[in-house]
Design a protein around this ligand. Structure first.
Ligand code: ADP
Length: 594
């Protein structure tokens, strides 16, 4: 508001000053001009009168007997006729005749300006203020002909009071006209200035709105002039600004959602290593609360000397640095992480700093280890039967073939080794088929009794042979489960097989089941050797055999296959065991939807 008024004033003020000055000047000039014109006319008239007096005076002097008193009378006479004071003056300045005053008190008039002028050039005039008359008086003097001697100069004097009153009236008229004209002109100037600046004022208001963040503010251009163009340009600018802002907001929310959901940790550091931003993944990897990192530094956040060195190196060289490190947050090996960290300097002048990308390779590392272990396990498992096969073949070649009973024994042995290898390969194939989802599952609603009956019947001879007791405890009202019957039977066969294998004769094996909310849990309990606590978590791994010396001929793949089959049913498998007292294997299956 202040600015727009200022512009209006800046436009109006010079005009106002100009107008007032011009009017005042004109008024002064007119007033002066009228006074001068008036006085000139007056002077001309008085001079004409004096000429007439000068013409008539010699005749009158000749007519009457000459005497000094007569000139007074003559002066009075003409004075009456002309309506002005008349004085006759001698060449030496002495007053010879006077119409209005007592001549005897009057001094020489020789040095009055009008007298001097008249002596010089024939006529003269002067305006002087008279203290006695309290007004300005105009004196007009005229040099007479020789014939009028002794009178040399006739002078008329007229008070200007009346003239002045007249001029004052005129001045007043001029002044009031000037004031009215100036007022009108000023008002007009202000109006025009206001009209000219009003679009600018509106534009300013709009600009202020835009500046305050209201990007919807628009103005309809009302004129075609520069202001109209400015308004249009301004609208376009606001439009562009809004578009840019929208695009930016979209872009920002997109990238922030990418940052929020990406698996890699991302940190933005300022030039001194202060953490300006970190995404949830980074917070997770470094085990910190995202809020707690505000104002923290990279070094304080990572607490790892190699990462701090990496960061210092990047700061020093201003070049991308990367490093793979293993960090342990000190709360046990399970929290140990294997990280790949890349620090890149950002050279953007507006926001210099560093971007840190943290890839958590822990899982990949673990998978790699598992793969490596797997290969070494497979090789290991195959090496034993292969070694014994090659030894048997060698023995046969060395002569055992000649002895038929020996040869028969060796061949039987070779057959067993081959059977073991075949089982390993088949189980591996089965496992890989299940893992890669290539083995189709035929899920259907199946009663628990059906699932349990087949493996129990199948294993009963073995149970008896091992001198064990097998109990089956199934409640009557069990919901059917959604399962591929053949696979679950395979799992149960496997569990029973293990139970038989690891339970000394005289023990008991119990198969039971109970229903829970939306699943049924089946348990196979034995009273066998049990599993050591530190091994519980590992027995479902491929090729894992607890206490290898004790395990008899197994491949270590049975439980791994069972686990995959149960997982494919969206169930879980787990074990509880006390070493020396026995083990219980549980698995759950979802009930079939009615
Ligand atoms: P395997 O073919 O060797 O039996 P599994 O995967 O079936 O392989 O079992 C892995 C290991 O788990 C076995 O070697 C054994 O040490 C342990 N185990 C499995 N079942 C039992 C059980 N019922 N009692 C004791 N240990 C068991």
């Amino acid at each position: 508001m202040y600015h727009s008024r200022s512009i209006r004033m800046r436009i109006a003020l010079p005009f106002v000053i100009l107008i007032v000055a011009a009017t005042a000047g004109l008024a002064l000039y007119l007033s002066h001009y009228f006074r001068e014109a008036y006085l000139e006319t007056l002077e001309t008239r008085l001079l004409a009168d004096l000429r007439v007096v000068g013409d008539l005076l010699p005749a009158q002097l000749a007519e009457e007997a000459s005497g000094s008193n007569d000139l007074d009378a003559a002066a009075r006479h003409y004075s009456n006729l002309l309506g002005a004071r008349l004085t006759f003056i001698a060449a030496d300045g002495a007053v010879l005749g006077e119409s209005d005053h007592d001549r005897s008190t009057m001094e020489s008039h020789l040095y009055r300006p009008e007298i001097q002028q008249a002596l010089d050039r024939g006529s003269g005039s002067s305006i002087r203020y008279s203290v006695t008359a309290r007004t300005e008086i105009i004196y007009v003097a005229f040099a007479l002909e020789e014939a009028a001697a002794p009178v040399r100069i006739a002078r008329l004097a007229l008070p200007l009071a009346e003239v002045q009153a007249e001029l004052a009236r005129l001045n007043r008229t001029i002044l009031s006209t000037a004031v009215i004209a100036a007022t009108l002109a000023v008002a007009l100037a202000l109006l025009i200035a206001s009209r000219t600046t009003s679009p600018v004022r509106h534009l300013t208001a709009m600009a202020q709105q835009v500046a305050a963040g209201n990007l919807d503010a628009r103005l309809l251009p009302t004129t075609q002039d520069e202001v109209g163009q400015l308004t249009r340009a301004f609208n376009i600018m606001a439009e562009n600004l809004q578009d840019k802002l929208n695009a930016l907001t979209t872009e920002q929310s997109r990238s922030s959602s990418i940052l929020d959901h990406m698996a890699d940790g991302v940190l933005v550091l300022d030039v001194d290593g202060g953490v300006q931003m970190l995404n949830p993944a980074a917070a997770r990897i470094f085990d910190v609360a995202p809020e707690a990192t505000l104002g923290s530094t990279f070094s304080a956040l990572v607490r790892h000397h190699r990462l701090i060195e990496l960061w210092l190196r990047c700061q020093r060289t201003q070049q991308e640095q990367q490093e793979a490190v293993e960090i342990d947050h000190g709360k046990g090996t399970r929290r140990c992480r294997f990280l790949q960290v890349i620090i890149t300097p950002q050279q953007t002048p507006s926001a210099p700093g560093y971007i840190v990308i943290v890839q958590d390779l822990t899982r990949i590392r673990r998978l790699e280890t598992i793969r490596r272990d797997f290969i070494s396990n497979v090789s290991h498992e195959l090496r034993t039967p292969l070694a014994s096969l090659s030894a048997l073949v060698e023995t046969l070649q060395d002569g055992a073939l000649e002895d038929p009973t020996m040869a028969q024994r060796f061949l039987n042995h070779m057959e067993r080794e081959l059977a073991t290898m075949t089982q390993i390969v088949e189980e591996l194939l089965e496992l890989s088929r299940i893992e890669s989802n290539r083995a189709p599952f035929f899920m259907q609603s199946t009663p628990i009794a059906t699932l349990v009956a087949v493996p129990v019947d199948r294993m009963l001879p073995q149970v008896k042979r091992a001198g064990l007791t097998l109990a089956v405890e199934l409640p009557d009202a069990l919901a059917p489960v959604l399962a591929d019957a053949e696979r679950i039977q395979q799992v149960l066969t496997n569990l029973l097989h293990n139970a038989i294998k690891f339970t000394p004769s005289g023990g008991t094996i119990t198969v039971s089941a109970h229903g829970e909310a939306d699943k049924v849990i089946i348990a196979v309990r034995d009273t066998g050797v049990g599993i050591a606590e530190e091994e519980l978590s590992r027995i479902f791994e491929r090729f894992y055999k607890a206490d290898r010396a004790r395990s008899s001929g197994g491949t270590g793949l049975g439980l791994a296959i069972a686990k995959h089959i149960i997982q494919a049913h969206r169930g879980q498998i787990w074990v509880e065991s006390v070493e020396g007292r026995g083990s219980t294997f549980y698995f759950s299956l979802p009930t079939a939807q009615m």
